[in-house]
Write a protein that binds this ligand. Structure first.
Ligand SMILES: *Cc1c(COP(=O)(O)O)cnc(C)c1O
Length: 481
């Protein structure tokens, strides 16, 4: 307290002023979302804008309206563009207005979902139960929200490790693991990193050859397992990809589930990209076998259209899940029968975080307001647009398809051109933004269609842009030749 008896509380002197300013902030952001198409997808931050974020420590207070104005002027115009309908780079979701509003409510509630007896944990458990049902997991499966699939995959590898080596590994550490894991050579790098972070070692991950469609060759997986068995190693984990990050290939999940079951290994599915395809009647058949996974990682911030960040880990055996993460009996985290320290499910016993935000709320709002069928339609549309792009490439003598299209990702190029330069030129022009990848030693333009706002006109703009830039490169080469 100061000498006038005022406390140091950060609440406003006038709630009405906060309300009025809050309404202006909300209006600005709704206008900003509504006007996405009228502005460039991306522009490099100006030198001045960057400089204003290298300022002195702000010791004295400033007006909220001024901070808001600086945000609108210097930050909001220079985002990465993933909300824009022309954004097709990497694999990024566009978010929704509903997701934004739910984030505001979650911020207002400021819930800590590490544990204890409160309703936000019930909301998270509701979403987990819905996902267990959707993916054919048992009703008592466990699950938690995490930042994304990178973390969910890491947690899944930890659970598989403890199952294979015994939970003592948590105290004695990994000595000579004597185990090996298997995944497609197209598996996401975070699985490789998970082998590193769990102490098992990346050398114990076998990257299995893929077929022409980019799917694991089951016979090659069996051969790798047999070789490891002969060398005295125990197969402990088979990872299936429900959509590889490069080209969107879906492994034969049923075949992998059979092999994992036969070997007594954990079967984990990385569903970051494609798992929510079960919502689309056209995509769901490709995912058959996902219901047999011991654990599943997925991202709501990609095809699920929820704002960042929102990854989920679903685990068939809740007891095994808890054995890997339980806090033991730290006295300050003791559960009790009654009172605030009650509650039967403490997420801190099921993952690496103690304090956790209310990620589940934006997903609950997304599912509840749009409904599963509308989300399925968005996912089906993304795959339809990918096929439309594939057809435009096939019909053009100048373009070439560089990988088969299975879901929502198309890798292609302008014949004989520098595709990396085309992608960078497109990004700088600010109408459409693909990214690139390397396939068979060649740079491909990679269009991952994830955003619900992307439509046929954006595919046309991409094709027109690549053709124009490819032709310009060819003309320059001819001029020099
Ligand atoms: C995006 C992605 C990841 C990583 O997920 P994050 O949410 O970015 O951590 C892992 N695997 C695949 C197949 C992905 O597409």
């Amino acid at each position: 307290m100061d000498q006038n008896g005022r406390t140091a509380s950060l609440d406003p002197e006038s709630w009405d002023d906060l309300r009025a300013q809050g309404h202006r902030m909300l209006d600005d952001m709704i206008d900003n979302l509504a006007g996405l198409r009228e502005r460039p997808l991306w522009q490099a931050p100006t030198r001045e804008a960057r400089a204003r974020y290298r300022a002195e420590l702000p010791r004295a207070p400033g007006a909220l309206a001024d901070a808001h104005a600086q945000f609108m002027a210097d930050c909001a115009p220079y985002g990465s563009g993933n909300r824009h309908p022309g954004f097709m780079g990497w694999v990024q979701g566009g978010g929704t207005g509903v997701g934004m509003l739910a984030e505001m409510l979650a911020g207002g509630l400021n819930a800590n979902l590490g544990g204890r007896d409160h309703m936000p944990i019930e909301v998270e458990r509701q979403v987990v139960a819905w996902m267990a049902q959707l993916f054919g997991f048992p009703a008592d499966a466990s699950g938690i929200f995490l930042t994304g699939t990178s973390l969910a995959n890491l947690c899944a590898v930890m659970i598989a490790r403890d199952r294979a080596l015994g939970v003592e590994v948590r105290s004695v550490g990994v000595r000579d693991p004597g185990v090996a894991a298997y995944a497609s050579r197209a598996v996401h790098a975070c699985i490789v990193r998970a082998m590193d972070m769990t102490g098992l070692g990346t050398d114990r991950l076998r990257l299995i050859e893929t077929d022409a469609d980019g799917r694991i060759v089951p016979a090659a997986l069996e051969a790798a397992i047999a070789a490891d068995r002969a060398a005295g190693l125990k197969p402990f984990l088979v990872v299936g990809s429900a959509g590889t990050v490069d080209i969107g290939a879906v492994d034969d999940l049923d075949a992998l589930a059979d092999i994992a079951a036969r070997e007594g290994a954990t079967f984990h599915v990385d569903g970051a990209l494609g798992a929510l395809g079960v919502l689309s009647p056209a995509v769901a058949p490709k995912l058959k076998g996902i219901e047999r996974a011991d654990s599943l990682a997925l991202d709501f911030h990609k095809l699920g259209q929820a704002p960042y960040d929102a990854g989920l880990l679903l685990v068939r055996d809740a007891a095994a899940h808890k054995r890997t993460f339980s806090y033991g009996d730290a006295p300050y985290l003791r559960h009790s029968e009654r009172g605030l320290a009650g509650g039967e499910f403490w997420p801190c016993d099921f993952g690496p975080d103690l304090s956790r935000g209310f990620r589940a709320l934006k997903v609950w709002f997304t599912l509840k307001t749009y409904g599963l069928d509308a989300l399925g339609a968005v996912i089906g549309q993304a795959c339809d647009l990918a096929r439309m792009l594939e057809a435009r490439i096939a019909a053009s003598g100048e373009l070439e398809l560089l990988a088969p299209v299975s879901l929502n990702i198309v890798c292609f190029g302008y014949k004989g051109a520098d595709n990396a330069a085309i992608a960078a030129d497109l990004q700088e022009a600010g109408r459409v933004a693909p990214s690139t990848t390397t396939l068979g030693g060649r740079t491909a333009i990679r269009a991952a269609i994830v955003n619900h706002r992307t439509g046929p006109e954006d595919i046309e703009a991409l094709v027109d842009g690549v053709l124009a830039l490819g032709r310009a490169q060819a003309a320059r080469q001819a001029g020099r030749g």
